[in-house]
Design a protein around this ligand. Structure first.
Ligand code: OFO
Length: 181
């Protein structure tokens, strides 16, 4: 059973994950506009990951007997002038999400909610990987600078990233992830 404080905070955080999905879908569109199909595909994979993060929390709340209240999703930015700008904005956003998750963890601790602390561990570990990926991409794009051949090579490499998370939400995310949560 969750306290109202924990349930409300998790409910609010679903919205942050949905916004992340929306933001990366917008970046995918912007990359496509720039002719960078590999970057566009990478951001769509990221979109699926974020949807999974939101749905995993949705399912956790339901399993704890909480009725989820869906909130309005903020409009994401539409214009990005370069791949570097997208990854800089991505890192900035992920740092914000890390802060939100750390706050959630503090609330779970204050409420002596051990199950939620264990559940949130997965998200907190995931953020380390997300920020690392963004930092790596920023470094590479800064090294490449305006060398279009370098950008196109990276574009080809990013096109290889495949969706590895469950995308059939009707089956339940936590069960589909076989206890990883
Ligand atoms: Fe859900 O990890 Fe990014 O936002």
């Amino acid at each position: 059973m969750l306290s109202d404080k924990v349930a409300n905070a998790l409910n609010q955080h679903i919205n942050a994950e949905m916004y992340s999905a929306y933001l990366y879908m917008s970046m995918s569109n912007a990359a496509n506009d720039l002719g960078l199909k590999g970057f566009a595909s990478w951001f769509m994979v990221q979109f699926h990951e974020e949807m999974m993060h939101g749905m995993k929390m949705y399912e956790y709340l339901q399993r704890q007997g909480v009725s989820v209240k869906l909130l309005a999703i903020q409009q994401p930015p539409h214009d990005f002038s370069s791949a570097l700008e997208m990854f800089e904005k991505t890192l900035e956003h992920e740092q914000k999400v890390t802060g939100l998750l750390n706050n959630l963890m503090e609330i779970a601790k204050e409420e002596k909610d051990n199950a939620t602390q264990i559940f949130l561990n997965w998200y907190i570990t995931e953020q380390v990987e997300e920020e690392e990926n963004d930092n790596d991409m920023i470094q590479q794009l800064k090294l490449i600078k305006d060398d279009i051949r370098g950008v196109l090579l990276l574009d080809r490499e990013l096109a290889q990233r495949a969706v590895t998370v469950p995308t059939d939400y009707s089956k339940g995310i936590e069960s589909a992830m076989k206890g990883e949560g």
